[in-house]
Design a protein around this ligand. Structure first.
Ligand code: AMP
Length: 287
């Protein structure tokens, strides 16, 4: 496994491999790796000759009051995990390398603009500018790596939807895979931010996934009115967590709120447990 910080160097090495017709799989991350990230790596290893993992805590996707500075950066530990997982390249760019033009977000490309309609509700409502930052960095990473395939987690459902939409308008012909959420044994969705939780908060955080599973159970049991299970679940969740930003059932593609049951739906939530913001979602298939 080779660690590369310079994007030009990565492009040169990958260029040579592409000329030898090697397929490249790409897993973008912010590090502090866990089984969720490693599941994406394994999928990429299975489907491609070469796997590239980027580790970059992207400043433009954090709000001014968010956890950019304290976000965990255990690069040594991450490298050991990725080496064990037989990754070929870790790309660890610097903020200056990724943003030579500075951190101000200006001039979204047409591909990004096409995805903006998916950024207005859910997390987008509570994290203004977040998805613009995500699109900007992912477009830059796609441009540098130009993989055959790229892998994202369903854990960040809205992010995956936004990236898929943006990718349709990009010229790179990358196939995007969205892989299932990996959970702890008790159901908590794995996240780099879970390590912020105190033991007491960790117990309360369990309510997040349990609430989503409960909503799914009720709908699969025949509940037709989507408002009822949501308002009940919202009330119950608020007893365990410190605040609920949203709990919604939406269409899996448009991300628009649903009032009627349909074949495929997704129920998503974001809430705070202590100072930690947690998100999770579950797909509901009624047929
Ligand atoms: P992050 O490092 O949090 O930016 O995540 C990098 C990638 O890993 C994103 O595509 C995430 O959706 C994905 N990911 C994060 N947590 C999980 C999880 N629990 N299961 C599956 N994928 C995940």
């Amino acid at each position: 496994m080779k660690q590369i910080t310079d994007s030009k160097q990565l492009q040169d090495v990958l260029g040579k491999l592409k000329r030898r017709r090697k397929t490249i799989g790409f897993v973008p991350t912010m590090g502090a790796l866990h089984e969720g990230h490693l599941s994406l790596v394994r999928k990429s290893r299975k489907q491609n000759d070469i796997t590239v993992v980027s580790i970059f805590v992207n400043p433009t996707q954090f709000g001014p009051k968010e956890d950019f500075k304290k976000y965990p950066r255990p690069l040594r530990k991450d490298s050991v995990l990725l080496k064990k997982a037989e990754v070929n390249f870790i790309f660890t760019p610097t903020p200056e390398g990724m943003y030579p033009e500075g951190l101000e977000k200006k001039g979204l490309s047409p591909a990004m603009k096409a995805a903006l309609s998916l950024t207005k509700n859910l997390c987008g409502k509570f994290r203004p500018g977040h998805f613009e930052g995500v699109m900007i960095v992912v477009e830059k990473l796609f441009r540098i790596v130009q993989p055959s395939r790229a892998y994202f987690g369903a854990k960040d459902y809205q992010q995956a939807a936004v990236i898929q939409k943006m990718n349709e308008g990009l010229p790179f012909k990358i196939k995007i895979y969205v892989e299932p959420t990996i959970r702890e044994k008790d159901g908590l969705a794995m996240s780099s931010r879970n390590q912020y939780l105190s033991p007491e908060e960790r117990k309360r955080a369990l309510a997040v996934s349990q609430t989503l599973f409960e909503v799914r159970r009720k709908i699969l049991a025949g509940e037709k009115n989507l408002k009822k299970p949501i308002s009940e679940a919202h009330r119950k969740l608020a007893l365990s967590v410190d605040s609920v930003q949203y709990l919604e059932i939406v269409d899996p593609e448009t991300l628009k709120p649903l009032s009627k049951v349909q074949k495929k739906m997704v129920v998503l939530t974001a809430c705070y447990v202590g100072k930690t913001r947690l998100i999770d979602n579950v797909i509901i298939r009624t047929s």
